[in-house]
Design a protein around this ligand. Structure first.
Ligand code: ADP
Length: 172
């Protein structure tokens, strides 16, 4: 039985992430999404909120589960008895970072290998930071995220957007 972990920040989960989850869940027997609980970054959504959103959007995949983790990814993979780490590649800009990460993880844990999924071209440009930028300025972010998270995004941006509403000073 092949167990894989798919780690990430998922702040928030996008249609690009969901596409990787769907495809990876067909290739491995059990897929565990690892939501990074990173104290050094200040995420828009708390780790509990991100786990809940991922559970909502993956509820229809019988072999997918969601957990949070902190610390070393390979330790999380070992705790899950996973032998595969899933990562996605959008463009050449992802490649250098992902390659370094995969090499470091293999040095630390030779029994765990990284499997890359190339992006679905429809979502090649979609990232969590782009979604947040669009939402901050009142754009239609719903094209880029699963329908189930729209309400959480709108709720979060009720407050965030107030800080960014254009003022007279913004025009020249
Ligand atoms: P991290 O902070 O670990 O990069 P992300 O949540 O941004 O976490 O991404 C998790 C993984 O999903 C990464 O491997 C990233 O390259 C991949 N990914 C993100 N968006 C897409 C997308 N649109 N298409 C394919 N892979 C993606």
């Amino acid at each position: 039985m092949t167990i894989a972990v798919y780690p990430g920040s998922f702040d928030p989960v996008t249609l690009g992430h969901l596409d990787i989850i769907e495809r990876a869940s067909k290739v491995v027997d059990h897929l565990i999404i690892g939501v990074l609980n990173n104290n050094s970054k200040t995420p828009l959504f708390s780790v509990e909120e991100r786990v809940k959103m991922l559970k909502d959007v993956t509820a229809h995949f019988p072999n997918v589960e969601v957990q949070s983790f902190g610390g070393l990814l390979i330790e999380f993979a070992h705790r899950c008895n996973a032998t595969v780490i899933i990562r996605g590649l959008r463009a050449i800009t992802d490649f250098e970072y992902e390659l370094q990460l995969a090499h470091s993880n293999r040095m630390l844990a030779p029994d765990v290998d990284t499997m890359f999924f190339t992006t679905n071209l429809r979502y090649a440009y979609v990232s969590s930071s782009m979604v947040k930028e669009v939402a901050t300025f009142g754009g239609d972010f719903t094209k880029f995220v699963p329908e189930q998270i729209t309400a959480s995004m709108l709720e979060k941006y009720k407050d965030v957007r107030k800080q960014y509403l254009p003022t007279d000073k913004d025009s020249v």
